[in-house]
Design a protein around this ligand. Structure first.
Ligand SMILES: Cc1cc2nc3c(=O)[nH]c(=O)nc-3n(C[C@H](O)[C@H](O)[C@H](O)COP(=O)(O)OP(=O)(O)OC[C@H]3O[C@@H](n4cnc5c(N)ncnc54)[C@H](O)[C@@H]3O)c2cc1C
Length: 259
């Protein structure tokens, strides 16, 4: 008989998540503002007194509770952008991709709404010792990449970022004095279907001591990672995280399906 999922382990209410996940807290945040940051990116700014003591590493995210069908509640993970402890605010940059519980939530949410968050999540900090940092990201990881590039110290930082259209590019900044180059790609209505990131992985220079971060769609992530390992990088030099999976909904706890 197939093993049944453990209901307690799968629960996504804030109390269960805080009990199950190390180092996270629950926050009852209020929406301050919403806007289209660029044509295909929503920005939601949240306020919560608890954010004054929220410590998040660059690239970490929060699990947002969003309504599903009927009484179902899902979690969707969105990266923390512009955390300001003094103002007790943070922003979420959310791709306008068309359909899904998260998409429906962000389209409907308005200033004054309450948002149930759990975080911070994420276990792939920017390397403190790498000489060179190399990022591969799609539109969903633009917020995480903005934060991670800004926290990358060393001899160089390079990023390849695919967004929907040229108008969706948002200038990224490395720390002062760190040489930084960003190359933008555009999927032009075909997210998760281009070879922009894998092609870039095939030709980019890989200096000794490079640390690579791949955050994007599931299949694209695997293709990009495979190219880099074929080129001789040690698996320890490459960290990766699938953010979503083409044609499939993320699970109720926010992760893309693996099988
Ligand atoms: C650690 C982590 C951090 C993340 N941070 C962010 C973030 O900061 N901003 C952000 O926008 N997303 C982020 N994501 C991805 C986001 O959580 C998922 O894309 C989420 O599934 C979207 O939920 P949904 O309910 O709208 O769509 P789902 O129900 O999950 O999917 C519905 C359909 O939409 C497609 N789809 C889902 N996401 C996208 C997309 N980005 N582009 C095109 N098609 C898509 C799916 O393939 C599916 O066909 C993150 C994911 C993880 C794991």
């Amino acid at each position: 008989m197939a093993e049944q999922p453990n209901a307690a382990a799968m629960a996504t209410d804030a109390k269960s998540l805080v009990a199950r996940l190390e180092g996270v807290a629950a926050y009852d945040a209020t929406v301050v503002s919403t806007r289209r940051r660029t044509p295909n990116l929503h920005e939601v700014v949240l306020h919560c007194e608890g954010f004054t003591s929220l410590v998040a590493l660059a690239g970490q995210d929060v699990m947002v509770e969003v309504p599903g069908a009927g009484t179902e509640r899902f979690r969707r993970r969105y990266s923390i952008v512009d955390l300001d402890q003094d103002a007790a605010t943070l922003a979420l940059w959310i791709v306008a991709h068309g359909a899904g519980a998260g998409e429906a939530w962000v389209q409907a949410v308005a200033p004054g709404a309450h948002v149930d968050l759990v975080g911070p999540r994420g276990k792939q900090p920017v390397s403190a010792t790498a000489a060179h940092h190399l990022y591969f990201a799609d539109h969903s990881a633009l917020g995480a990449t903005k934060e991670m590039v800004a926290a990358s110290r060393g001899e160089s930082v390079m990023a390849f970022v695919e967004v929907a259209t040229p108008e969706d590019a948002i200038e990224l900044h490395a720390p002062s004095g760190v040489p930084f180059q960003c190359t933008w790609g555009h999927h032009d209505g075909h997210p998760g279907e281009t070879s922009f990131l894998a092609d870039a992985a095939r030709t980019v220079a890989l200096p000794p001591g490079v640390h690579v971060y791949i955050n994007c769609e599931f299949t694209t992530m695997h293709a990009t990672k495979a190219v880099l390992l074929e080129r001789g990088l040690d698996p320890a030099q490459v960290v990766f995280k699938p953010y979503w999976r083409k044609g499939l909904s993320n699970a109720a706890h926010g992760e893309p399906p693996k099988g």
